[in-house]
Write a protein that binds this ligand. Structure first.
Ligand SMILES: [Zn+2]
Length: 500
């Protein structure tokens, strides 16, 4: 947000947060929070990784922060020319991915997700939407309808009800320094103080901190880089990035020997022999799509796939809290609990050949109903056809327009990266179309002597995909970390001559 922009009422909305600090240690012991604060904390899990990369790259009270390899991936997408993606909407989808939990987050008083909420559009030609078959409904403005006209007639489907966040109105919570969310009961506090080894109760002091969206962005940043986000936040300590050395246990070191079946993506990687690091992968559009799709994955869905072990210790704690909060007294319903524990991709945001076990929320079936009022024909979108006896002159079932698809091109609609084509993916997941860079200048920039480079051919299945995804959260060497077990000297084929 530009500093010159006048803050609206909503932007300066503040929620008081009561924190209990140990004056001797300059440490936050815990915070006591109500719905407004806890809802926004839990909403972190609904944010797609691309949204997180975008939000933490902005100034707040603390400087911009980079998240593992996601920040360079996000940055690279902002530089991809639209011609390398199936449609120009693909780029918008990757840079501003929607959350599938939009209906829960829109009413949050401290909602930090600045992505525009979903709107629905029909063809500008109402006659086209009145066809009995194959009329289209789009969730992006100005898509090209099958008739060639633009889809820019906004409609408001009736069934979209906004939910009031995640937790019950009257519930209160304890938030630990590591962002665990616990029920606010006396026993919890006693246990917590015992575990923290607090000896001098007299040194405990209560403070109130005002939380606006700006402070929530601070907390999001700290939750990704600090082990004690509340302490660092309240005492304005510099994020101690050096201290934050996640135990980056690889996905493969878990002794899980179950056979990895399913689709594989074959990529060629260039490894630097002297340090066994991947310099880059030379990949077709399927691997580029896998990496690009990371930006659309909700954080909670990533945690679900990684079984709660992301190596972002505070996010792991926050995620674990959901399983321990009862839907009878704390969360608004069992459904909310299940959705928060496993959020899916927003409608139409997943890629069709996704190897990762993440689903997509589907849109309901919508009907376009028209009626004449005065001299004009009006349109209403509903989930069931409207009968003629109520004055509707037509009702037709709408098909959902895939924003990743160019009308008339049967190969499209699968993913984001346009193929057949080659992409270069660097160790920190920057994705660049091969055609827009020169191989010579790229090798020059990587500063690796040619004799030190070696080619390996690797097939990537679900385990490898999860390995790269996990590493992307904390490491700027996501490919090397995620594929460590595959770049040992197997399948060795030295590059004697690089065709440059
Ligand atoms: Zn049309």
């Amino acid at each position: 947000m530009a500093a010159t922009e006048a803050p609206s009422n909503e932007q300066v909305y503040k929620v008081p947060l009561k924190v209990f600090v140990d004056r001797n240690e300059n440490k936050v012991l815990f915070a006591e929070a109500r719905k407004d604060f806890v809802d926004v904390l839990l909403s972190f899990l609904a944010l797609p990784l691309g949204t997180i990369a975008r939000l933490v790259a902005k100034e707040s009270n603390i400087p911009p922060v980079k998240v593992g390899s996601l920040s360079s991936l996000y940055e690279s997408v902002s530089h991809i020319e639209e011609e390398h993606l199936w449609t120009k909407t693909c780029k918008e989808m990757l840079l501003h991915p929607r959350t599938s939990m939009e209906s829960y987050c829109q009413l949050l008083k401290l909602n930090i997700d600045d992505t525009h909420p979903t709107k629905y559009f029909l063809c500008e030609d109402l006659g086209c939407s009145r066809k009995t078959n194959g009329s289209l409904l789009s969730i992006f403005n100005n898509q090209r309808c099958s008739c060639g006209k633009l889809m820019n007639r906004i409609v408001y489907p009736e069934v979209i009800t906004l939910q009031k966040g995640f937790v019950k109105e009257t519930a209160t919570f304890i938030i630990c320094d590591d962002l665990s969310v616990l029920p606010n009961v006396l026993v919890t506090i006693v246990n917590l103080l015992q575990n923290l080894g607090v000896k001098d109760m007299g040194a405990i002091e209560e403070q109130t901190v005002d939380i606006s969206k700006r402070e929530v962005v601070d907390l999001l940043k700290l939750s990704l880089i600090s082990k004690n986000p509340l302490t660092d936040f309240v005492f304005e300590k510099k994020p101690r990035v050096d201290d934050f050395n996640p135990i980056n246990q690889s996905w493969f070191e878990r002794g899980d020997e179950s056979p990895d079946e399913g689709r594989k993506i074959v990529v060629r990687v260039l490894v630097r022999k002297s340090n066994e690091k991947i310099v880059f992968a030379d990949a077709e559009e399927d691997f580029a799509d896998l990496v690009l799709s990371f930006l659309t994955l909700p954080l909670g869905g990533v945690l679900h796939m990684l079984e709660g072990n992301s190596c972002l210790s505070c996010i792991d704690k926050l995620y674990k809290s959901i399983s321990e909060l009862s839907p009878d007294r704390y969360l608004r319903s069992q459904i909310i609990k299940e959705e928060l524990a496993n959020p899916k991709c927003a409608p139409l945001f997943s890629i069709s050949d996704q190897i990762l076990p993440i689903g997509e929320v589907s849109l309901p079936v919508y009907y376009c109903n028209t009626f004449i009022h005065g001299k004009e024909r009006h349109v209403i979108c509903s989930t069931s056809p409207r009968p003629r006896i109520y004055g509707y002159d037509m009702s037709s079932r709408l098909e959902i327009f895939d924003p990743k698809s160019c009308i008339g091109d049967s190969r499209s609609g699968k993913g984001f990266a346009k193929g057949p084509s080659t992409f270069v993916v660097t160790d920190d997941l920057a994705v660049t179309p091969m055609s827009s860079i020169s191989a010579v200048s790229f090798l020059n920039r990587s500063q690796v002597p040619l004799y030190d480079l070696e080619e390996r051919v690797i097939s990537i299945g679900v385990k490898e995909g999860l390995g790269i995804l996990k590493a992307s959260l904390t490491s700027t060497s996501a490919l090397t970390e995620g594929l460590k077990h595959l770049i040992r000297p197997l399948n060795r084929r030295t590059v004697h001559s690089l065709a440059i």
